[in-house]
Design a protein around this ligand. Structure first.
Ligand SMILES: *[C@@H]1O[C@H](CO)[C@@H](O)[C@H](O)[C@H]1NC(C)=O
Ligand SMILES: *[C@@H]1O[C@H](CO)[C@@H](O)[C@H](O)[C@H]1NC(C)=O
Ligand SMILES: *[C@@H]1O[C@H](CO)[C@@H](O)[C@H](O)[C@H]1NC(C)=O
Ligand SMILES: *[C@@H]1O[C@H](CO)[C@@H](O)[C@H](O)[C@H]1NC(C)=O
Length: 257
C-alpha cells in the first residue's frame, strides 16, 4: 500500500511538473533560445551543485526542471545544465533551450542533423553545434546546416559546407546524470564523436560498432558486406564470359581462315 502511494504521488508530481512546463513553455521567451558564451570550463561545470528549485539557478540551461533517465533506466528530475565544450576553446558554451540538443538533432533511422543556432552574444551570428563523422556522413546518416567557414562549426572544422568532427578536438556535451543515487553534471562525448564504450557518450547514446556515439532509436545499420561481394562476383563472371566469347570468336576467325 505504501509503495502504491509513493507511485501515485510520483505520478501526481510529474503531472504537476508537466503542467508547469506546459504553462511556462507557452510564455517561454523564445529570444533566449540559443547559445551563450561562458567562462566555465568542463571542471567548473562538473562541480556545479545540481538543483531542482524553481526557477532553476542561472547557470542552468532552462528555468524549469525536467525529467531525465539514467543509463540503468531510473527516472529523475533536475534542472538541466546543457553546455558544450571542446579541448581547443576550453571555455564552454551554454545551449539555452527547453529541450536537449538530442531532441533537435536526432531523427528516424538514427539520422543526425547538425542545426545552426543563434549566438545570443553576437548579433547575426549562428553556430552549428553537432558535426558529422566521416563514416556516417558518407552513409547519408548525418548532415548539417551549411557552413562557410570553420568558425561556423563548434568543431571548428567546415569541409565543403558541412561541419565535420575533429578527432583532435572532440566535442563534449554536458548534462545531468545519476550515478550511485547521486545526481551530478557530467560532460561526455557528443553525437558522432569517436568513443570506446557506451559510457563515454552523452545522453545515454550508444558507442556503436564503428565506435561513434549515436542515439540509437533503432539498431544502427551498416552497408551490407555480402551485397558488395555479390556485385564483385557478378563483375568477375561477366569479365570471364567476355573473355571466353573473345577467345571463341578469335578461334572461329582462325578456323574460318
Ligand atoms: C568572461 O571573462 C572575461 C574576462 O574576465 C569577461 O570580460 C567576460 O565578460 C566574461 N564572460 C562571461 C560570460 O561572464
Ligand atoms: C537551489 O537554488 C536556490 C535558488 O537559486 C537556492 O536558494 C538553493 O539554496 C539551492 N539549493 C541547493 C541545494 O543548492
Ligand atoms: C548569475 O548569478 C550571478 C550571481 O547571482 C550573477 O552575478 C550573474 O550575473 C548571473 N548570470 C547571469 C547570466 O544572469
Ligand atoms: C542503446 O542500445 C540499446 C541496446 O542495443 C538500446 O536498447 C537502447 O535504446 C540504445 N539507446 C540509445 C539512447 O541509443
Amino acid at each position: 500500500m505504501a509503495m502504491l502511494n509513493i507511485k501515485n504521488n510520483n505520478k501526481l508530481f510529474h503531472l504537476i511538473i508537466y503542467l508547469i512546463v506546459a504553462l511556462q513553455t507557452f510564455g517561454y521567451d523564445g529570444s533566449k533560445f540559443g547559445v551563450f558564451h561562458t567562462n566555465y570550463t568542463i571542471k567548473d561545470i562538473e562541480n556545479f551543485k545540481v538543483n531542482n528549485s524553481y526557477p532553476c539557478p542561472n547557470e542552468s540551461s532552462f528555468n524549469i526542471a525536467d525529467n531525465f533517465i539514467s543509463r540503468e533506466g531510473e527516472e529523475f528530475t533536475t534542472c538541466d545544465y546543457q553546455y558544450l565544450c571542446n579541448k581547443k576553446n576550453e571555455k564552454c558554451i551554454l545551449f539555452n533551450s527547453p529541450s536537449r540538443l538530442a531532441e533537435y538533432s536526432s531523427q528516424y533511422e538514427n539520422i543526425v542533423k547538425g542545426n545552426a543556432y543563434n549566438d545570443l552574444d553576437e548579433e547575426n551570428k549562428e553556430i552549428i553545434l553537432v558535426s558529422c563523422s566521416k563514416e556516417r556522413f558518407k552513409r547519408n546518416k548525418c548532415s548539417t546546416d551549411t557552413c562557410t567557414k570553420n568558425e561556423d562549426c563548434f568543431s571548428d572544422n567546415c569541409v565543403n559546407g558541412v561541419c565535420m568532427t575533429n578527432k583532435e578536438n572532440p566535442i563534449y556535451l554536458c548534462g545531468p546524470v545519476k550515478e550511485n543515487s547521486e545526481i551530478k553534471v557530467k560532460c561526455l562525448l557528443s553525437f558522432e564523436e569517436k568513443c570506446n564504450e557506451n559510457k563515454d557518450c552523452a545522453d545515454n547514446a550508444n558507442c556503436t560498432k564503428d565506435k561513434l556515439c549515436v542515439i540509437e532509436k533503432e539498431p544502427e545499420s551498416y552497408p551490407e558486406k555480402s551485397s558488395i561481394f555479390i556485385v564483385i562476383f557478378a563483375i568477375l563472371i561477366i569479365l570471364a564470359l567476355i573473355f571466353v566469347a573473345f577467345k571463341f570468336f578469335q578461334w572461329k576467325k582462325h578456323a574460318n581462315n
